[in-house]
Design a protein around this ligand. Structure first.
Ligand code: ADP
Length: 578
């Protein structure tokens, strides 16, 4: 390690001289305490260093140790179920060893070096392998099979491969590559700020089914897509992300609590281990990695946390998994950028955020995608990124929301009026959008029904018309509306209350499969059609609204997934009314 000296300390930013030869984004150790830092600006031999730990007590002339390596993530078996801070220090182990407060300058490995894993080879001796091929597998948890891949840049013949219990640094295979014999173990390193390479990027064409009706039916997100959920405090962002973590059909969840208020992080850490994977009943943590910044870590660590999270997510994507990453909340990350930029005395942009805010946000979300993974055999993986944004006062014109909306393809707009009316998820159906409808069309046609597509359009039409009619009714009174228009208002109300409203805390209502969503929508809209025809035949609105079948339709959401055939009887009953 070369030595440099501090000349200035400004909060989490340290300027050091004597850094010739260092590179941007190199990791450094600051002062005798060996605090972890990263070079974020270089001018001649002067380096500005973002320090990820409390800098109190350090000052000019203290040493800075250059490592010559970029800030990296450690990847390998043992990631799943771990809870890390923004620079991938295992929080649970930190706590066991050092108590509740993070002690400065700790250099703990992210993965357990002593634990053994049963490695099962997937290739045999003498086989030719290349980067990205699956070398072997480890049953990491009951829910996740960890695929150990041939590291990047390696192509050659397998000389030896061993089956059995190994620690992550033990050699599990020997590969002859370009005349050299390489010993391969199960741990890898990857610089967090660099996206991991893939063979090809594909257009996302399968839905990430979240089980939330307003999402899957109206504003779906594709596996490999990106979405954002801005909303004021208390509007349901966290509950929403938890629901997606719990119910979505992703194989792996990476949850990044990038610096929300400390008690919310604590809340997450308390609730997450209790969540169960609904299809297997196993703890959700067995397919989850958590990155959480505790409140006593400086803001700079938030900046690193989103990169740490997305690098881990990409690592699992490369194994051929569908990974979902949630970041709660990216506003705190942007605030960290703003603070550091201020300390660097850069020219501020809108609301004091640096001019490169949108580039950074775009670079982050662009790491989402559906891809063909490296390797000889075709393997598809996807990384879906969902970011909560908490703009001050819920103001959507804030630069972070605007920059995010420019890159993501789904916008779930949380509405505090809906939240205060206890309409959850409080997603405003008139403001939100998804640009994935077209991509998902074929999937819906093939796996659910072509009719679902037209039903969705009809649903949206009714909701839009409702908004117009309500406006008219407000201006000139409800009496000015025709019977058909008043029926439409009743149907729209029922769509809102019986379809879009979904109680995350009700055992059945919390999740609806795509099939159930389709059947519910079909019945609701069929009822509307029947009612409209009855009105035409001369029935009064009161008679139509008192049809006994309405009661049944309003309770559709409580039909369990294993009794979906009940919808058939209902359809028949409706048809008879026509
Ligand atoms: P935020 O993260 O935006 O500050 P939360 O996600 O903590 O907001 O939500 C605030 C409260 O709203 C929750 O404690 C819960 O009572 C209620 N809530 C949010 N979403 C739902 C839902 N889908 N079903 C029932 N209640 C909900």
């Amino acid at each position: 390690m070369k030595e440099a000296r501090i000349i200035k300390v400004a909060g989490p930013l340290v300027v050091a001289e004597g850094c010739l030869g260092a590179k941007m984004y190199d990791m450094v150790r600051v002062s005798q305490d060996r605090l972890i830092g990263e070079i974020i600006e270089l001018k001649r031999d002067l380096a500005s260093i973002q320090v990820y730990e409390e800098t109190a007590g350090i000052g000019p002339n203290d040493p800075v140790y250059l490592t010559g390596e970029p800030l990296s993530c450690e990847l390998g078996p043992g990631l799943i179920g771990s809870v890390y801070d923004g620079i991938q220090r295992p929080l649970d182990i930190l706590r066991l060893k050092y108590g509740d407060f993070v002690v400065k300058g700790i250099n703990l490995p992210a993965l357990d070096r002593q634990k053994t894993w049963y490695f099962k080879p997937k290739v045999s001796r003498n086989e030719l392998v290349e980067e990205g091929d699956i070398l072997g597998e480890v049953e990491e948890t009951a829910l996740v099979t960890h695929r150990v891949l041939v590291p990047l840049g390696i192509k050659g013949r397998v000389l030896e491969i061993y089956e059995g219990e190994f620690k992550i640094d033990d050699t599990v295979a020997k590969i002859e590559s370009e005349g050299k014999v390489l010993e391969i173990n199960m741990s890898r390193k990857w610089p967090v700020r660099k996206g991991r390479p893939v063979k090809e990027r594909l257009s996302p064409n399968e839905p990430l089914v979240t089980g939330q009706r307003v999402i899957d039916t109206l504003f779906p997100i594709a596996k490999g897509g990106s979405g954002c959920i801005p909303g004021p405090f208390g509007s349901g962002k966290t509950v929403f992300l938890h629901e997606v973590a719990k119910w979505s059909n992703a194989d792996i969840i990476v949850y990044c609590a990038c610096g929300e208020r400390g008690n919310e992080v604590a809340d997450l850490l308390l609730t997450l281990p209790e969540l169960k994977d609904p299809s297997t009943g196993r703890p959700l943590l067995e397919r989850t990695v958590v990155i959480a910044n505790t409140s006593n870590m400086p803001v700079a660590a938030r900046e690193a946390s989103v990169y740490t999270a997305i690098t881990i997510a990409e690592y699992f994507r490369d194994m051929g998994y569908a990974v979902a990453l949630m970041a709660d909340s990216t506003s705190r990350w942007a605030e960290a950028l703003r603070e550091i930029s201020g300390r660097l005395q850069e020219m501020p942009g809108e609301e004091g955020y640096p001019a490169y805010l949108s580039t950074r946000i775009a670079q982050f979300y662009e790491r989402a995608g559906k891809v063909v993974c490296l390797g000889k055999e075709k393997r598809l993986g996807s990384l879906t990124v969902m970011g909560a944004v908490s703009p001050p006062g819920g103001d959507l014109s804030c630069p972070v929301v605007q920059a995010t909306l420019r890159v993501v393809k789904v916008f779930w707009s949380l509405d505090d009026r809906l939240a205060s009316a206890r309409h959850f998820p409080a997603i405003n159906w008139l403001l939100s959008y998804s640009l994935y409808h077209q991509n998902l069309k074929e999937f819906i046609k093939k796996h659910i029904s072509e009719e679902f597509l037209s039903l969705k359009k009809e649903l949206m039409r009714i909701l839009e018309e409702e908004a117009e009619l309500l406006e008219i009714a407000r201006l000139v009174g409800i009496e000015s509306l025709s019977l058909q228009e008043r029926l439409l208002l009743e149907t729209a109300k029922s769509i809102r209350e019986d379809f879009l409203h979904q109680n995350a805390f009700h055992p059945i209502d919390t999740y609806s499969s795509l099939r159930k969503q389709y059947l519910m929508l079909k019945s609701l809209l069929m009822l509307h059609k029947v009612a409209s025809q009855l009105l035409d035949k001369g029935f009064s609105l009161k008679e139509v609204l008192e049809l006994p079948i309405r009661e049944k339709i309003f309770r559709l959401k409580y039909i369990p997934e294993d009794r979906l055939e009940e919808f058939k009887d209902l359809e028949e009953e409706l048809e008879k009314l026509l």
